[in-house]
Design a protein around this ligand. Structure first.
Ligand code: NAD
Length: 337
């Protein structure tokens, strides 16, 4: 049998499947990937991953909704639908999870890790790597990481992302990575097949802490932008001229420039299509709550956060606003459309 280069070495010397196949002298076993959670984000991410890995590499997919895995197998192909998350874990060296909330992540990992004996050795004798891209709270994530590490069945990193569904489709996501130093390179090699940037913020949970701090700021900037635009428009200013001015001045932020809440101001922003698509109010509320919860666990009580939570909580149940992009806060406060 041909000698087998340890996958770690193969990963570290390559920039992806194409480069890997270019090593004439390196014999490699096919790699195996597992993907759990093929929703709005997971589906296009898994599709990008499948298109970038070698065609002989294996990919196992699982979702509680069988319709999406069947659709994926039909539309993208070259995957095996696993019957359970345990099945995914047994067959894969690298397992990605893209799940909605902390309890989904906890449940999936409980099922994957039990019983521990048969999972001990990953295919190719390669240490199993679990990459969780879900946005959850750092405490729950640390609990899952601890369960993985203490069971001796692999290593766990948190890699939440930003860029939304558009970035997931285009493969341009930014990942915020929380991982021990020795896992950064291996994890980055996987993530680069689904995104354009991975920022390592520190040890496990650091990616989530960075993500939640960012989304806390986003939640507030979005409300502040809606209020500032509402003021200017009600005072008789032209919204586009006002936004152009803000975007060359100190008030500039992502909601003012890219995702302006006033219809017609930012090209292609959800405001221009009745706030459809984009980043849903529910997800914004979820991330804000996670940030506040994680803050409280560290005795941090941000002054503006609680008020912002009240606003988003009202927006998600308002019939004119619910299930729309979070910039719909502008409509909620009575902005002129
Ligand atoms: P989603 O609800 O569209 O998809 C989640 C998928 O997980 C669904 O297909 C669901 O069936 C599946 N699932 C749930 N429980 C499962 C289980 N036990 N086993 C297997 N599959 C299970 O969510 P999404 O929008 O793809 O978001 C996923 C994560 O990414 C969330 O944590 C979210 O906060 C984060 N995120 C989302 C966006 C966005 O714009 N949608 C952007 C950045 C980060």
């Amino acid at each position: 049998m041909a000698s087998i280069a340890p996958l770690k070495q193969v990963f570290s010397r390559s920039t992806g499947a194409t480069a890997r196949r270019g090593f004439a002298t390196t014999t490699r076993l096919d790699a195996s990937y597992g993907f759990i959670g093929l929703g709005q984000m997971g589906y296009p991410m898994a599709s990008n991953l499948r298109s970038k890995i070698s065609s002989s590499d294996k990919m196992y997919i699982h979702d509680v909704n069988p319709a999406v895995t069947e659709q994926f197998a039909k539309e993208i192909g070259n995957v095996e639908i696993a019957q359970s998350v345990r099945d995914v874990a047994e067959k894969s060296e690298t397992i990605l999870t893209v799940l909605p909330e902390p309890h989904h992540v906890q449940n999936v990992f409980q099922q994957m890790l039990r019983p521990d004996a048969t999972l001990a050795e990953a295919p190719n004798n390669h240490e199993r790597l679990f990459i969780d891209c879900s946005t959850i709270d750092p405490k729950s994530s640390a609990g899952v990481a601890n369960a993985v590490h203490s069971s001796g069945q692999g290593r766990f990193v948190d890699a939440p992302m930003s860029g939304g569904v558009v970035g997931a489709r285009a493969g341009t996501l930014t990942f915020m990575l929380g991982a021990s130093e020795e896992l950064v390179e291996r994890t980055t090699e996987v993530l680069k097949m689904m995104g354009k940037r991975t920022i390592h913020l520190g040890p496990q949970t650091s990616g989530l802490k960075g993500k939640l701090a960012n989304n806390y700021l986003l939640a507030l900037n979005n409300i502040a932008t809606a209020e500032a635009m509402n003021m200017g428009v009600k005072w008789g200013l032209d919204p586009k001229t006002l936004a152009d001015m803000i975007n060359t001045a100190t008030g500039k932020c992502w909601p003012s420039e890219i995702n302006n809440p006033v219809p017609g101001v930012s090209e292609n922003a959800p405001a221009g299509r009745d706030y459809k698509g984009g980043f849903g109010t529910r997800l914004m509320l979820k991330d804000l709550k996670l940030a506040l919860q994680a803050g409280a666990e560290s005795n941090i009580v941000p002054h503006l956060g609680a008020h912002a939570q009240d606003i988003y909580s009202a927006v998600v149940v308002d019939p004119a606003c619910k299930d729309r992009d979070f910039s719909v806060v502008y409509r909620y406060i009575g902005g002129k459309e």
